[in-house]
Design a protein around this ligand. Structure first.
Ligand code: BG6
Length: 492
């Protein structure tokens, strides 16, 4: 029930993510009343600044966010914001944070509910959770929750260890592992489209679907994140988490209920059913790429290897395309093609579900191509949010028997303006105790098991990079991946 009563400690409060997404999201929750009188935000940092200094940082960050319609309530919001200085790795400095929580809890009726948000580089995760426990901050009469950013480990083993360590301070139901794609409205819409219409579910299987395509391309390059990205690459940065989450939502069986455990259980089954990848499969069905110079948004841009803090001979992929199979009754034989890359032609995330052809074509199409247009269901996640169904109808002009039409729904702009960001949805859900749209431990571990062999092959085998121009659709081999099977990436 809201308004939520809570103190939120934000680690990494002056960082990029906090300024661009988290502070505006938390402010918007305050603006629309989910957070109110009995709420405090404690920014935690290493810098020696005052409450007022931080409030100024927050004010600027929030004012610069293009999606907020008004700044009404900002002054009042800032009176709920505090700053605490500590040294992440030194447990005795955490008394400052403990005192701050206690001060707040004496004056506000937060119920002792404490949320810890780690918007920090992963090397600090366990120092923080350990020190929160050692300093007694995790002992509270209210609830305690941890929101943790990715990357959660770099492979199966490190994720296992990280989890062991965090589990000393937080139980699984208190850990909210962020995958911000799960906060996107259109990603959440996948389930609604599938399970609230009788139209799709009967066709949603290997009898009627020939293949599924998921594309998440960005025109941006690595920006100033090379230090992180060099260790992560497209596989860990996008594929292991965001892309596999979308695959599991598309592939899952109908859940018993919308209860978080029921949904997660079905998603886990999909990840478990992913066909295991052998070294040889990586060479055949996985394509890696790294961007060369080229153009992005009309301007010249340099190659990945020329970016700051990137090694001249970097073997880090900035692009991955893959063909996956979900080996179960529903999906046996249906390829799921997934691709994601930086410095590509467009910024766009979309899903294309391609249906099989009718058993026999009775209609004349045109001289060059007598095949009917394919039935496609296109789910656009961003930047535009829409759902389009491609169908054949009678061609009134009479030059051919049929023509392709598109039935389309675009999300209303006023609905789009309801939240400032996917993060707002996720912070709300966490406060509400709803873990559905966070990554469960089992999902995480199954996803790592799946991608570990890919990283193992690629990391031990230097690629001939760069192999795609900035502003293109990625390496040529990514098209071959589909053409070998008689398909193509739909440019729709
Ligand atoms: C993040 C990745 O998780 O997702 C970034 O770390 C990437 O590298 C971003 O740019 C893409 O998110 P979105 O919401 O813009 O598709």
């Amino acid at each position: 029930t809201h308004p939520f009563k809570v103190s939120i400690a934000l680690f990494g409060a002056t960082g990029d993510l906090s300024r661009r997404k988290l502070l505006p999201s938390i402010f918007h929750l305050f603006q629309e009343g989910s957070l109110k009188d009995d709420f405090a935000l404690i920014a935690v940092g290493r810098r020696d600044i005052t409450d007022d200094d931080f409030r100024e940082i927050a004010r600027n960050a929030i004012s610069e966010n293009g999606k907020l319609e008004t700044l009404e309530g900002l002054d009042l919001f800032l009176t709920h914001v505090h700053y605490v200085r500590l040294s992440i790795t030194e447990s005795d400095t955490y008394s400052s944070l403990k005192n701050k929580f206690e001060d707040i809890e004496r004056t506000l009726d937060t119920g002792g509910n404490r949320l810890f948000y780690l918007a920090m580089p992963p090397q600090y995760f366990t120092d923080i959770t350990d020190n929160l426990r050692i300093s007694g901050i995790t002992e509270t009469k209210g609830s305690k929750k941890l929101i943790i950013e990715k990357p959660f480990g770099k492979d199966y083993d490190s994720a296992y260890k990280l989890n062991e360590e965090i589990s000393k301070s937080f139980q699984e139901h208190e850990i909210y592992r962020i995958d911000h794609y799960l906060g996107k409205e259109m990603v959440q819409n996948i389930e609604v489209i599938r399970f609230s219409n009788s139209l799709f579910e009967p066709l949603w299987n290997n009898h009627y679907i020939s293949n599924v395509q998921i594309t998440s391309s960005e025109s941006l390059g690595v920006l100033d994140r090379a230090e992180y990205y060099e260790r992560s690459g497209a596989v860990r940065d996008m594929f292991q988490n965001h892309m596999l989450q979308v695959v599991s939502l598309l592939g899952m069986e109908p859940p018993v209920s919308l209860n978080s455990n029921d949904i997660r259980e079905e998603k886990i089954k999909v990840l478990k059913s992913l066909r295991k990848v052998e070294a040889e499969d990586v060479r055949k069905y996985f394509v890696r790429g790294q961007y060369d110079e080229g153009t992005a948004d009309g301007e010249y841009v340099k190659s990945y290897r020329e970016e700051e803090n990137v090694s001249e001979s970097s073997n880090t992929p900035t692009f991955i395309a893959a063909r996956l199979f979900i080996d179960n009754f529903r999906w046996a034989g249906v390829p799921f093609y997934v691709r994601t890359g930086k410095r590509m032609k467009n910024k766009e995330t979309k899903i294309v579900v391609e249906f099989k052809e009718v058993p026999m074509n009775l209609y004349y199409q045109n001289e060059s191509d007598d095949r009917l247009a394919k039935n496609l269901l296109v789910i656009r996640i961003q930047p535009n949010e829409s759902i389009t169904l491609h169908l054949n109808v009678k061609d009134y002009a009479g030059e051919q028997d049929t023509k392709e039409i598109k039935l389309s729904y675009s999300v209303d702009p006023t609905d789009l303006a309801r939240t400032v960001d996917a993060y707002e949805n996720l912070i709300f859900d966490c406060l509400d105790g709803d873990a559905t749209n966070f990554t469960h431990y089992e999902e995480l571990m199954n996803a790592w098991s799946f991608v570990d062999p890919v990283n193992a092959v690629w990391e031990n085998d230097p690629a001939s990079f760069p192999n795609y121009r900035s502003g293109s659709n990625g390496p040529v081999k990514s098209s071959l991946l589909l053409s070998k099977d008689g398909f193509k990436w739909w440019d729709v």
